[in-house]
Design a protein around this ligand. Structure first.
Ligand SMILES: [Zn+2]
Ligand SMILES: [Zn+2]
Length: 685
């Protein structure tokens, strides 16, 4: 007997219980109800289902999530459920008393269903267009999904278009994705028969007690744990983004597979927002802008993760460093310089050799002595501290250094300026008495926020990490330091999350992530209390009681590293830096050769006033000169025509703004005074 789709499940059970046998076909429906035999129903026990509104209902054991959801009459936008907190799809059979909470399509969890289903749809499309392609795995990732195929060549942009078109067809067919439990043996046989060798390998590697499931969408199927949307029709808004080679299981000794990345959202609007953001991020990519604006390069001939700062990038760095030094001196820091290598014994004492060796470059031998390139600056600062007997009256000592360090990072994780192997930390160490921690941390937070605001970052994510299970030092000191960090954050009125037990073994810390103009968070600043290094280096100060005490060491960085912060800055401003940071602040453009002599005079005056100024006296049309200056994102173009020569003025054009009327150089310098000031430029509209 055949029942219509809209017949409620419970009614169905009633009829079956009355002796009718049921057989359901659910072609192209959104909700498929699995066929049940009357025999199964007779032996069925009841399970109690706790529903979100506090309601409790009983259902026959083995009732599917879809049946439960249909029976409570929730909206069409339901894409799956959480059963006892675990994601489960409509085909999941509930065998014991459970909490069932429907999941809507327009939620974070809903996205998981949509994206995972999209991966299956993509795999079906690929195999129907490229029958030799073998399937491997296709997980959901942050912001989307991918699927890896074995295929003899990479997929081209044209291929992706075809695949997308095919996917749209499959979505239009609203194929239900049914879940079938199979034995290990059956699974192996099925995929062996299909020649899907990777799937056979995956099944063979599954733990012996794992329930193996296959998801089928009207003829095409995949080995998968699920969960999935009830039908392909739920994947309404998706886009394939790119393709790339990827090794099977990420191991370069394995076969090279072809990966296709895609994303999916619950509706077109959300998808469009995301694609726009992606487009914007691409335009702002610091690697692209770094090349276009001639700021920096990373070259194979020199080495991966090693940065060359070009003249224009170096100008920006110098402005940042000048501001950095000036403010550190104001905040009571002394500035240090230390070497790039040191004898191996120093790194034994510091513990780096024992605990940090996988991040360090190999040793260098000189005059039968082993040296180590520094991965950190800390031991050097400690050795300076130890050159004298320090009294409690000398503390706190605040020492800062823009120290270049080298750390080994796997080549796969290197990324432009954001993840490199050689970088300059804006490092500082504070040595203080335990009773000074809070005040010192407050000072660090003040300076950190001043810096970040100056560079245009007002939005932060802050984390306080507390004592882990394994730690050095005693609990009382830990509690005192942790409270000091907490109090400092509270005093500043900063919102933060506590990462309980997330601290390093040697002390609690505060991490601060800055959010850029696209809302992306970047880890930069950190304040780390350290009970370990003072102990290892046997540091001391003479207390008021005339006896030896151990100082507290605080490590802190604001930018993290100059390289990383520069990368974030480039993306935040999309290469259009504010005037005070801009590598070229203004360019003088003449209209004709007659104005050259006056142009040279203007150039000299601006140079004398420390402006970063360039000249464009070429025999080109003004429009051409304007466009070039715009492409180079130069804040001001100072145009000189006959009128300007006669009146001893310049006609400034602001990047992305209006043309100003002609004014004297002095008036122009007054006009941009605030824009040139790191601490006032943001007051200018
Ligand atoms: Zn799946
Ligand atoms: Zn340090």
């Amino acid at each position: 007997m055949f029942y219509k789709r809209n017949l409620s499940v419970l009614k169905l059970y009633e009829r079956v219980a009355q002796g009718e046998s049921a057989c359901l076909t659910r072609k192209r429906s959104q909700v498929q109800i699995l066929p049940c035999s009357p025999h199964k129903l007779k032996n069925m026990k009841e399970v109690n289902i706790q529903l979100p509104d506090g309601e409790e209902k009983s259902f026959p054991k083995g009732t599917t999530v879809g049946e439960i959801i249909e029976s409570i009459g929730v909206e069409n936008s339901t894409v799956g459920a959480k059963v006892n907190g675990e994601l489960a799809d409509f085909y999941y059979e509930v065998d014991s008393d459970s909490d069932v909470e429907p999941i809507k399509i327009n939620s974070e969890e809903g996205l998981y269903f949509i994206r995972h289903t999209a991966a299956h749809i993509m795999a079906e499309a690929v195999q129907s267009l490229f029958p030799e392609a073998k399937v491997t795995i296709g997980p959901v990732i942050e912001n989307g999904f991918y699927y890896d195929f074995e295929y003899f060549r990479g997929f081209t942009p044209e291929d992706l278009e075809k695949i997308e078109k095919k996917m749209k067809e499959i979505v239009g067919q609203k194929k239900p994705l049914s879940r079938k439990k199979v034995s290990r043996e059956d699974a192996i046989n099925i995929f062996k028969k299909d020649g899907e060798t990777y799937k056979v390998e995956i099944v063979n590697d599954l733990p012996s007690d794992e329930q193996i499931t296959i998801y089928e969408q009207d003829g095409w199927y995949d080995l998968c744990r699920g969960p999935h949307a009830p039908s392909t029709g739920f994947v309404k808004a998706f886009k394939l983004l790119s393709s790339a080679g990827a090794y099977w299981r990420g191991n370069e000794n394995n076969a090279m597979l072809q990966r296709i990345y895609g994303t999916a959202f619950w509706d077109r609007k959300e998808l469009k927002n995301y694609l726009n953001k992606l487009e914007e991020a691409k335009k702002r990519d610091h690697r692209k802008l770094g090349k276009e604006l001639d700021l920096f390069s990373i070259q194979d001939e020199i080495g991966a993760g090693l940065v060359l700062w070009h003249p224009k990038g170096s100008r920006i760095r110098r402005v940042i460093e000048d501001f950095w030094r000036e403010q550190h001196e104001l905040y009571g820091y002394e500035l240090l310089y230390t070497p790039h290598i040191a004898k191996i014994d120093l790194w034994k004492t510091s513990g780096h050799l024992e605990f940090y060796s996988e991040n360090m470059y190999p040793r260098i031998e000189v005059d039968n002595t082993e040296y180590q390139i520094k991965p950190m600056n800390c031991p050097f600062h400690i050795m300076i501290y130890k050159t004298k007997i320090r009294s409690y009256r000398d503390l706190p000592i605040r020492w800062a250094e823009i120290g270049t360090v080298y750390r080994y990072e796997r080549s796969g994780v290197l990324h432009g300026l954001l993840r490199v192997r050689g970088f300059s930390q804006d490092d500082a160490h504070i040595f203080c008495r335990p009773d000074q921690i809070e005040e010192e941390v407050l000072g660090v937070l003040d300076l950190t926020i001043l810096f970040l605001k100056t560079f245009g970052f007002d939005d932060y994510e802050i984390y306080l990490s507390t004592r882990p299970e394994k730690f050095v030092g005693n609990e009382e000191v830990w509690d005192r330091a942790t409270n000091a960090l907490r109090n400092a954050l509270d005093t500043k009125g900063l919102d933060y999350e506590v990462d309980e037990g997330g601290g390093a073994f040697y002390g609690p810390k505060i991490d601060l992530k800055i959010k850029d103009v696209l809302g992306r968070a970047w880890q930069c600043s950190t304040v780390q209390v350290d009970f370990n290094l003072p102990e290892r280096f046997d540091m001391s100060f003479i207390g008021e009681d005339n006896s030896r005490h151990q100082p507290i060491m605080i490590h802190r960085a604001i930018f993290g590293s100059m390289e990383r912060f520069f990368g974030v800055l480039i993306e935040h401003y999309g290469g259009a830096f504010p005037l005070w940071l801009s590598p070229v602040q203004m360019r003088i453009a003449t209209i004709a050769d007659d104005q050259k002599e006056y142009g040279e005079k203007v150039y000299r005056v601006l140079k004398e006033r420390n402006m970063r100024v360039e000249k464009d006296f070429r025999n080109e049309k003004l429009g051409f000169k304007v466009r070039e200056a715009q492409l180079e994102k130069i804040p001001y173009l100072l145009v000189i025509g006959n009128n300007e020569v006669e009146t001893s003025t310049v006609a400034p054009r602001k990047l992305g703004g209006k043309n100003l009327s002609s004014m004297t150089i002095e008036d122009f310098l007054n006009h941009i005074e605030k824009e040139l000031d790191p601490q006032k430029w943001q007051e200018v509209e």
